[in-house]
Design a protein around this ligand. Structure first.
Ligand code: P4A
Length: 413
């Protein structure tokens, strides 16, 4: 009893900034899908998971909080961004309480699991709230290209960190929480036999439902697959089906929107959206091709830019208009992050005047599908400071520009 009180006092004495400094000195430890799987199948128990997470979650959170401090001051002080920051502080505080807990203590373990659920709920609207913050800054001050570059760099890392933290929380709560198992064959959120073709059909059906609502028609899908790798029927990989669904749903919405806008919904015959799935030795590749007229190469980067995608006019409360199939949302950049998260990719290549190919790459080998995690260190702060305008390539308009979009990327202001 006395010892417990002393421990309690010790933990209270460690204030939040000092715990943040402590945890931010560690680098996050990436896990592979194979490790998620093996842990859930054999060597994992709740005590081990607890011991890992009470260190790893604060590390990932503290790394991100440190990096947040490198954001442009004018963004950091927007009301919405302050709300997000306060959620992270509260969460770090919540987790610090478990530093002294014992992994043999059943009460401590079940408190931890329910605390993780509280944390997950607290952070449910982080993406929208950060987007609101960027919008607040844009409306109050405008965003120059150096700030734009930094915010783009930050949000990619911030949302990636969030994806990874949610993955860890989901695994723990699904494996050890009390909620009934909905998928008996899944290991937490991982499906050891994720059937890529089935997920494609599900994502297509949902996108088509929205397309029919908005345009009163929709293009059909044509699907082909080639498995050059193993004798299983179809294309299966170890993966998180919800991540794959998220990416495909986004690509189908875009493809359908492009087709419907290109042909007009009064037309009655639309070129099909063609999907090709292949499994090789290293990659599963999914190509979604449409004939929606394509977009100029110089505009592709806008689809991945959070600042362009910040929609200025959210629907008014009570308005009955059906939202458009795919707005400039955060969905495409975040879909790319989902692909990158387990060492895959998502890219667009368009033929202006004809149509667009969107390609998702996933790792075949579960041991190669490692988490890709942002790490906070000195090279990161250099990245935020570097603002040398590149004038070492010709620029027809004479503007100075920053290489945030690569050579040939579009210009803004
Ligand atoms: N052409 N091609 C695409 C779009 C256009 C496209 C498009 C006009 C632009 C914005 C948008 C949705 C579609 C496509 C497939 C893609 C991405 C873009 O995956 O055909 O919403 C923001």
């Amino acid at each position: 009893m006395v010892r417990q009180s002393i421990r309690l006092l010790q933990s209270l004495a460690k204030n939040l900034p000092s715990r943040m400094d402590h945890y931010s000195k560690f680098s996050p430890s990436p896990l592979s899908i194979k490790q998620f799987l093996d842990f859930g199948l054999k060597d994992g128990d709740e005590a081990k998971s607890f011991t890992f997470l009470r260190q790893e979650l604060p590390v990932r959170i503290a790394n991100m909080m440190k990096e947040m401090n490198l954001l442009p001051f004018r963004l950091l002080h927007m009301p919405s961004v302050k709300i997000v920051t306060s959620w992270y502080e509260q969460t770090l505080q919540d987790l610090v309480h478990f530093e002294e807990g014992h992994e043999d203590d059943m009460v401590c373990l079940s408190d931890f699991t329910s605390r993780l659920i509280t944390i997950r709920n607290r952070h449910a609207n982080v993406v929208e709230t950060m987007a609101q913050g960027v919008l607040e800054m844009k409306e109050s001050y405008g965003i120059d290209s150096h700030e734009e570059h930094n915010i783009q760099y930050f949000l990619d890392r911030f949302y990636m960190s969030r994806i990874s933290i949610r993955m860890l929380i989901n695994q723990h709560t699904l494996l050890f929480g009390s909620a009934p198992k909905t998928h008996p064959t899944h290991i937490g959120s991982v499906d050891p036999y994720c059937d890529v073709v089935s997920v494609i059909h599900e994502a297509y059906d949902s996108a088509r439902y929205l397309c029919d609502q908005y345009y009163l028609a929709s293009p059909e899908m044509d699907l082909e697959w080639v498995n050059a790798r193993d004798k299983t029927n179809g294309v299966q990989i170890v993966y998180v089906p919800s991540h794959l669904y998220h990416m495909l749903f986004e690509l189908f919405k875009n493809a359908m929107r492009a087709v419907m806008e290109h042909y007009g919904s009064s037309s009655y015959d639309f070129p099909k959206v063609q999907v090709m799935v292949t499994k090789g030795r290293k990659d599963v590749t999914i190509k979604v091709s449409d004939r929606g007229g394509g977009i100029p190469r110089s505009k592709i980067h806008k689809l991945f830019n959070y600042m362009y995608s910040t929609a200025p006019n959210p629907p008014k409360p009570g308005s009955t208009t059906i939202p458009p199939l795919a707005g400039y949302g955060y969905d495409l950049p975040i879909s790319k992050l989902y692909a990158n998260y387990f060492m895959g990719d998502l890219s667009l290549s368009s033929m202006d005047g004809y149509g667009t190919d969107a390609i998702i790459y996933l790792k075949v080998l579960e041991s190669e599908a490692n988490e890709l995690l942002p790490v906070y260190n000195t090279s990161v702060s250099k990245h935020y400071q570097a603002n040398t305008p590149t004038s070492d390539w010709s620029s027809p308009t004479g503007y100075t520009r920053y290489f945030s979009t690569g050579i040939g990327g579009g210009l803004r202001r």
